[in-house]
Design a protein around this ligand. Structure first.
Ligand SMILES: [Zn+2]
Length: 182
C-alpha cells in the first residue's frame, strides 16, 4: 500500500516520497517558520539547522545523517550556551532533530487539512509509542481539531511558549503523527 500520510514518525520519509504536495509544504515551512530553542541561538546556527532540515525533507539525507550533520554544524563548543547541560543534555542533536522533524511534518499535515476545508485530524496508535506517555494515553486513537493542534504546535515549537496542553510532538521521542480523516 502506498503511504501518503505517515502513521508513525518512521514513515515520514516514505510519505514525503509519495506525497509531493506535502513535501513541498514541509520544505516551505522549514525555510521561514520560527524554531524555538537555545541550541539554535546565535551566529548562523539557525540557518545552518534549517539547511539540515531542508536536506532531510528534500530526501537527500536520512534521519541518522541529519543528526550527525546537526552535531557537526551546530557544534556545542561554539554556542553561547556551551556550558549549559540543560541546553545540551546528552543526545541533544537527536532530540532537536526528532522534535523539529516531527513538528514540521505534523505542521504541514495540519495546514493541508485546514486548507482542504476540514478541521479533523486523526492520531493513530504508533507501533513504537511509549505506553506511559500522555500522547499515547490521551491522543492516540482520537480525532482532534486541526486548528487547535496547529495553534499549540506553533506556539510551543515555533515561539517557545511551552504549555501543558496536549500536542504533537508531545516529547522528543514522540512517534505519533496526524493524518486527515478519510
Ligand atoms: Zn507521542
Amino acid at each position: 500500500m502506498t503511504v501518503s500520510y505517515a502513521k508513525d514518525f518512521h514513515e515520514i520519509p516514505e510519505s514525503l516520497k509519495n506525497n509531493s504536495s506535502l513535501k513541498r509544504k514541509a520544505l516551505d515551512l522549514v525555510q521561514y517558520e520560527p524554531i524555538a530553542g537555545k541550541v539554535t541561538a546565535g551566529g548562523s546556527r539557525l540557518d545552518d539547522f534549517r539547511e539540515v532540515l531542508i536536506d532531510f525533507f528534500d530526501l537527500k539525507i536520512d534521519l541518522d545523517a541529519a543528526i550527525l550533520e546537526t552535531e557537526r554544524k551546530l557544534d556545542r563548543r561554539f554556542s553561547m550556551y556551551s556550558g549549559d547541560n540543560r541546553v545540551f543534555p546528552s543526545g541533544w542533536a537527536e532530540r532537536l532533530v526528532r522534535t523539529q522533524v516531527s513538528r514540521f511534518y505534523n505542521q504541514a499535515v495540519l495546514e493541508s487539512i485546514i486548507e482542504s476545508g476540514s478541521d479533523d485530524c486523526f492520531v493513530e496508535h504508533s507501533a513504537n509509542e511509549q505506553g506511559s506517555s500522555r500522547c499515547s494515553q490521551q491522543l492516540a486513537g482520537t480525532t482532534q481539531s486541526a486548528s487547535v493542534m496547529l495553534q499549540r504546535l506553533k506556539s510551543s515549537y515555533g515561539d517557545g511558549n511551552w504549555g501543558r496542553d496536549l500536542k504533537l510532538p508531545e516529547h522528543p521521542h514522540c512517534t505519533h503523527t496526524f493524518s486527515p480523516v478519510a
